[in-house]
Design a protein around this ligand. Structure first.
Ligand SMILES: [Zn+2]
Length: 462
């Protein structure tokens, strides 16, 4: 079995691991690079392998940095199956169509800008179109977690709950007498809504994520209290609370916590707006997949006929006009909007409007990749650029890492320690400092493990 590392190797985004096994080429994830616009566009435009030579794709979960280049793969001639879990399949439809829409809208925006500046016009092509996304969606084949399936004769795969987002899975690939595990993105225990990750029984090697390989998270239980405190303080000043949030999972977790905080009268009954059509769609998919909710969610909400994601003063904005109206509305109120790293979507309009006023709070509840607008807010830059204009950051920027959907060092270590017969560990999906810290921790834990931090383009044999 050979592993070729292409994306999320030596970095976080662009997950792509190509496995040669049983005479076939199997791609684990096909994610998009995110970060500096020009740099990631270049990386995304050129697939590092021939799409026509790939025999099958196994997708760990629907996040764009794991799934976003699947339409590029089909555009470049891939015709095989894309295996994923049933909930991931549900999520992929709005996810891919939204990604294609962003591609098309961005290309149009840059063309318009070029024309205005009278630059020589070389057409800017979107990475892929809605049509490419629609073709990709037809190739999805769903397989339940916990049920081993045949990918090709002699090659099998098994999805194991990863506890990261709805539908997320670790992958156990078997062939040529070897077992290779892949964490995808690994979650954590006691998450809200979804169940805890399940263990990987045995594997010869594992490709593990390491987003927080060198850190220990705040306790999950403390996040709701902290959220309540921020809302109370900002509401008392009459300010607006803007929450840039990943449309998938994080937004539903925030709604779930707000629902409990309102129920327990820990925050004033101020209006809450979900201003992201994609978040609204994903919330409906959560409601449909209530069978995978954890015990607390069932006991507190669904067993009593209550919907965790719905309460009386919550509104999902429908039109762009409704969204724009929020700019003129006096605080206090809460807006949950996407994208989570503030790189696209309606969140940029809200930030432009609220950043200059010290009464307001920007609440960062998710991971912010290097060079994104969200990361610049986390770094507390004094000025930030939005739509080519500079804006002063006078609002409070509050960072809450406790909501992270990624396990911390202890979670990642526990997942690996439980695997029988493990010999080799490949650390991916982390910034260099986190990878190094995690690798040192692993080396201390078991000196027999062979540990690698692969770089893009490197190949290893198992
Ligand atoms: Zn993810």
């Amino acid at each position: 079995m050979k592993i070729h590392f292409h994306g999320a190797a030596g970095g976080v985004t662009g997950s792509k691991h190509l496995i040669e096994v049983g005479g076939k080429k199997i791609l684990l994830d096909c994610g998009m690079y995110q970060g500096r616009r020009k740099e990631s566009d270049q990386l995304n435009r050129h697939l590092p392998f021939n799409a026509k030579e790939i025999d099958a794709v196994i997708l760990s979960h629907a996040h764009i940095d794991h799934s976003g280049l699947l339409p590029m793969l089909t555009k470049n001639g891939y015709v095989g199956k894309i295996y994923c879990t049933p909930a991931t399949k549900d999520i992929m439809e709005p996810m891919m169509l939204d990604a294609a829409h962003i591609q098309e809208a961005d290309a149009e925006y840059f063309m318009r800008k070029k024309r205005l500046r009278k630059n020589a016009i070389t057409p800017i092509e979107p990475l892929f179109t809605t049509e490419d996304a629609e073709i990709t969606l037809k190739m999805l084949v769903s397989k339940k977690r916990g049920e081993k399936f045949e990918v090709f004769p002699g090659i099998s795969a098994l999805f194991i709950n990863a506890g990261h987002v709805l539908g997320s899975a670790q992958v156990l690939l078997e062939g040529d007498g070897k077992q290779l595990a892949f964490t995808g993105d690994y979650g954590r225990k006691n998450r809200k809504i979804i169940r805890d990750p399940d263990p990987i029984p045995s594997a010869d090697a594992i490709i593990t994520e390491s987003t927080y390989g060198g850190r220990i998270h705040e306790k999950m239980e403390e996040t709701r209290e902290k959220l309540g405190e921020t809302i109370r303080d900002t509401a008392a000043k009459g300010g607006k609370i803007i929450i840039p949030s990943f449309a998938l999972e994080r937004s539903q977790e925030i709604l779930y916590d707000l629902h409990i905080l309102f129920n327990e009268k820990k925050i004033p009954e101020i209006p809450v707006f979900v201003d992201s059509p994609l978040t609204t769609k994903f919330t409906r998919i959560f409601e449909k997949n209530a069978d995978v909710f954890d015990d607390h969610t069932r006991e507190y909400f669904t067993d009593n006929g209550k919907n965790p994601f719905s309460f009386s003063h919550l509104k999902h904005t429908k039109s762009v006009d409704e969204s724009k109206q929020l700019n003129f509305r006096p605080g206090p109120f809460i807006v949950i909007s996407a994208s989570g790293m503030c790189e696209a979507g309606r969140i940029r309009h809200h930030l432009r409007n609220t950043l200059p006023d010290p009464k307001n709070t920007i609440l960062i509840v998710g991971y912010q990749a290097k060079h994104t607008l969200g990361r610049k807010l986390v770094e507390r830059r004094k000025m930030v650029k939005i739509f080519d204009q500079m804006y002063p950051v006078r609002a409070t920027v509050q960072v809450m890492n406790g909501y992270s959907g990624h396990g911390d060092q202890n979670d990642l270590l526990e997942n690996i320690t439980g695997i029988k017969d493990l010999k080799k560990i490949f650390i991916v999906h982390g910034e260099p400092d986190q990878q190094k810290l995690f690798s040192e921790k692993l080396a201390k834990k078991n000196q027999d493990w062979e540990i690698e931090i692969p770089l893009p383009g490197q190949t290893f044999e198992v």
